[in-house]
Design a protein around this ligand. Structure first.
Ligand SMILES: [Zn+2]
Length: 160
């Protein structure tokens, strides 16, 4: 659902969509160094080069959205008014907006801390705009929750 909402928002056709460029994994599928304490997700950028390529375009970035189940579940325990489905929808939508913006060079992956904070607020705003018209049970509670709380919910890391 998050994929559909984000691709519609950016008016991306199926072929323009990020398909080969990212993956979403939950805790069960994460390696030890992909697990962090605190954030709900971590985006890891893997930099790669296609074999046999001579042009610069053969270099590619692959983004792995590493969902931090433990942080999400802990937060749900502390906020019983919030349900898992709309909360997870918010988080995955938010992470996909980040990746679209990285892939369109609207945001630099290695930005300064200050820029990252501004980008985080921007991405929360875009996520809100995307999800606001969506009818899903419990979603308005999540949007209200994030309406006042626009601090970073994720981390970024590059693995060459
Ligand atoms: Zn973020």
């Amino acid at each position: 659902m998050a994929e559909e909402l984000v691709s519609n928002h950016y008016k991306m056709s199926a072929s323009q969509w990020l398909h080969p460029k990212y993956d979403v994994k939950t805790l069960a599928d994460l390696a030890e160094d992909e697990i962090v304490t605190g954030p709900f997700a971590q985006i890891i950028r893997y930099e790669g080069k296609l074999k046999g390529g001579v042009l610069g375009s053969s270099a590619y970035d692959f983004y792995k959205i590493c969902i931090q189940d433990h942080a999400i579940l802990k937060s749900l325990e502390e906020h019983p008014e919030i349900a898992l489905y709309p909360f997870a929808l918010y988080i995955v939508t938010h992470e996909l907006v980040h990746i679209v913006r990285f892939s369109r060079f609207l945001q630099n992956f290695n930005a300064s801390d200050e820029e990252k904070l501004m980008e985080e607020r921007r991405v929360h705003g875009i996520t809100h705009d995307i999800l606001d018209p969506v009818k899903a049970q419990g979603l308005s509670t999540v949007l209200t929750f994030y309406g006042t709380w626009r601090t970073p919910i994720d981390g970024l890391r590059t693995i060459p």
